[in-house]
Design a protein around this ligand. Sequence first.
Ligand SMILES: [Zn+2]
Ligand SMILES: [Zn+2]
Length: 763
Amino acid sequence: MAAHPDEEYVKIERQSEENGKERLILGKALLEKIFGDEEVEVLETFKGKKLKGLRYKPLFTFLPVDKPAYYIVLQDYVTMDDGTGLVHTAPAFGGEDMNAALDFDLPVLMTVKDDGTFIQEVRPWSGKFVKDADPEIIQDLENRGLLLRAGTYVHTYPFCWRCDTPLLYYARGTWFIRTSRHKDRLIAHNQEVNWVPEHIKDGRFGNWLENNIDWSLGRERYWGTPLPVWECQSCHHQVCVGSVAELSDLSGEDQSELDLHRPHVDKVVLTCPECQGKMQRVLELIDVWFDSGAMPYAQWHYPFENQEIFEKQFPADYICEAVDQTRGWFYSLHAIASLHMDSLCFKNVICLGHVLAEDGLKMSKSRGTAVGPWEVFDNHGADAFRWYLYTASPPGNTRRFSQQLVEDVVKNFTLTLWNVYSFFVTYANLDGWEPEASAEVEFNSLDLWLRSSLHALVRDVTKAMDAYDVPGCTRPIEEFVNTLSKWYLRRSRRRFWKSESDSDKRSAYQTLYTALVTVTKMLSPAMPFLAEELYQNLVRSVDQFAPESVSLAEWPKYEESFIDEDLNRDMAVVTKLVSLGHSARQRANRKVRQPLAEAAFSLGSAVEGKAVTAFADLIQDELNVKTVRLLDASEEAVSHEVKPLPKQLGQKYGNKFPAIRKAILEMNVEEVAHALLAGQSIKVKADGQEYDIQPDEVEVKAQAKEGFAVAEDGAYVAALVTDLTPELVAEGLAREFVRHIQDLRKSAEMDVADRIELFVEAS
Ligand SMILES: [Zn+2]
Ligand SMILES: [Zn+2]
């Protein structure tokens, strides 16, 4: 029987109908639950510790015991929630009970047969199914005056997953691998493995190894790998057979044609080398996890064959499974390799988090939140599904899944890439352009920038691939394709449209082609179907000697000298400014087709200012303005107003807030606004004290000055002059006119190459 060492127990005296005056020991916390209003006298109160070793008379003594039993042991799992605070311990019928038996060397009494009925020694109920005997056992205890209460408890219980039959816990003898003896080796080899995410190494997997328990190997089943142990029926001598050849040797018969499964293998009888008795194979099969853990050797029939290829492939470079395999396949592979080869089994492992339903719970058919993979493949394609999985979050994270997220991939990425590709194909076909290494080209600054970005991309993606960083080798490709489409192509379209085939046009073709082919190759591990389609048309159709599939193509290499970090940074500034410029234009409600006189910018640093001068043409074209310049100071186009926030500052500084507020409002408003917009704190002196005021504690409002439309983001300001001259209005009209004609062409379903006759009537 088990008691909790630190809980309080009481010895009481009460009047019982059957027994007269009786004394009981039970958990103090359970007194009221058990006796309610009944009057009981507490004779003594003490900690459970005091009960240690106390002997008692057992309720039943059907089986003899061969070692000390029937005394109190102390266990932390005893609770004061139910019962008496004293827990009956039956080592043969429960895991915790068995552990207690191992700790205290208690006898294990098996009173139930394999069929769930009591053994003969349990005389009153021999042959009866244990659950059916419950009422009779209760009656027997009551008759003998040993029953205090009988009742029903609700608790969890194991059932057969297939037929819902209640199961019985049994202590069974079985086979184990004593992995706990080799724990140090298991732990040491784990330190050589590169885990992604890294925390699994010393976390989930490391802890599992640290608390290693012996590997329960035997299974009492029929189908599976038989345990190759033969045991003598007379003297119990055991032999473990290591090969078919050894079995032939021991049995004196050629066993090379033997089916090594049951029932055939069980028919092989050996002669005991100790007593000449009959040896028969033991009943057990091997745990299937041992089979999967033996995969690296079994697949090559190693060590009997293929030693060379095995040594080339072991240990494996890479494995990927979900996080539950830390106790499954990851463990069985690691344990067998550590014990058998004294080696790690895999050098790199990506351990996936589980995919949950949109509501954050496990997907469930009954709740209607399950999504079948084929449904996703059919609706959005396997490539988009994969891309979502790689880019949405690091692979170790648990994620909420919805098909909408995969649809977003198609909209935001796949179609963007496809549109760039199809633009290229359309014009390359029109012009009969083919990639020729020798063609004369003259790269402009956009081409050089795209080449620089492309080579930086190859460098970064390659590095991330080498580091098993999944988002790191996919997300940058998506960003690149976005800039390729929304900046490079957008700013280069006219170069493809013009009729003359000069070196400028050839440069644009070559730049775009190289970018598409390189992206295609880097995309192929993640989006093999899309990449193959692009590759076949872009590469194979013009180069019969190219590898026949993108999956066989060489991984792209980068050229360090093509990477110009200054240029990449400048272009990032430019794209930021034009996006602010477009916002400013929207605010002023002026269509992009209407040319404006001027765009002026204010930036975070002088270095960034160089980008505006260097790429003034690009910015002018994109924003459709006549001139571009830097603002002397942002005050030229915009004035600011600051408002100290009572909620944030009041909470932080209490009654000092009014003084701080006053001090802020007395400072130079533009200086304060600048600092806060750039994300810096400001120093404020109030009542002889200095305070550090944070950007989120003061609201900054911008007001465009007369004649400007303004948009700003942190230290960046874009200001457009909105006044229109008659010339600008006329030019806007001309652009409008062109757009109408383009719309007419479109509705007439004309091809880009079709020439038209145009009739115009003006008022
Ligand atoms: Zn069943
Ligand atoms: Zn023997």
